[in-house]
Write a new protein. Structure first.
Length: 193
């Protein structure tokens, strides 16, 4: 009976927090405790996409800033992906071997564009992708309310499963680089419009 009361109280609290955030029109991010495998898989797919798209930008861009941004994506995301592979191995998570459909579609769309149209689409995609990834990293690093650069409140979860420590550490270590990428993407996005 005591356990039921605790579960009921926790559910009521979660409902109240999410309901209040929803009522204020705020973005709610919930990554269920113990859902580390899904998080790792999503981060690996996104990282793989950033490397591939970064290569495309560094090879195709005549704009020096976009080219440099693409090179930064390749370097930084390759490093983060290698570190994530170690975490995935520790947690026995199989990583994707190819891009997910969302990123395959984006790569196909970008490959057809040239010049300013390519720069705009690439930088807009980088802003959107990095906003999404930063939100997820904040939730997993336990830093859901800090440095929220999207302008919307994020309601994260606490009480991760005990074995999620390596994932949380990776998220906390990776977050500053992703936030830097987001700032740079926003700045470049304005320049190439």
């Amino acid at each position: 009976m005591k356990r039921f009361a605790v579960i009921t109280a926790a559910a009521a609290f979660a409902f109240a927090v999410n309901g209040a955030a929803y009522a204020q029109g705020q973005k709610i991010t919930t990554a269920a405790p113990g859902d580390a495998k899904t998080f790792i898989t999503q981060m690996a797919a996104g990282g793989m996409a950033e490397v591939q798209l970064g290569r495309m930008a560094s090879q195709r861009a005549a704009n020096a800033d976009v080219k440099a941004y693409g090179q930064m994506m390749v370097k930084d995301h390759t490093q983060a992906d290698n570190e994530l592979k170690q975490v995935a191995s520790q947690m026995k998570v199989a990583l994707p071997k190819q891009l997910d459909q969302k990123h395959r579609d984006l790569a196909a769309r970008l490959s057809k564009l040239k010049g300013a149209a390519f720069y705009r689409e690439y930088m807009n995609a980088m802003v959107a992708d990095h906003e999404e990834v930063a939100t997820q990293l904040r939730a997993w690093s336990g830093n859901a309310s800090a440095a929220n650069t999207t302008g919307s409140a994020t309601v994260g979860t606490s009480g991760r499963a005990q074995g999620d420590g390596p994932v949380m550490q990776w998220a906390a270590k990776t977050l500053p680089a992703v936030e830097h990428h987001l700032e740079e993407a926003r700045s470049l996005s304005q320049k190439v419009k």
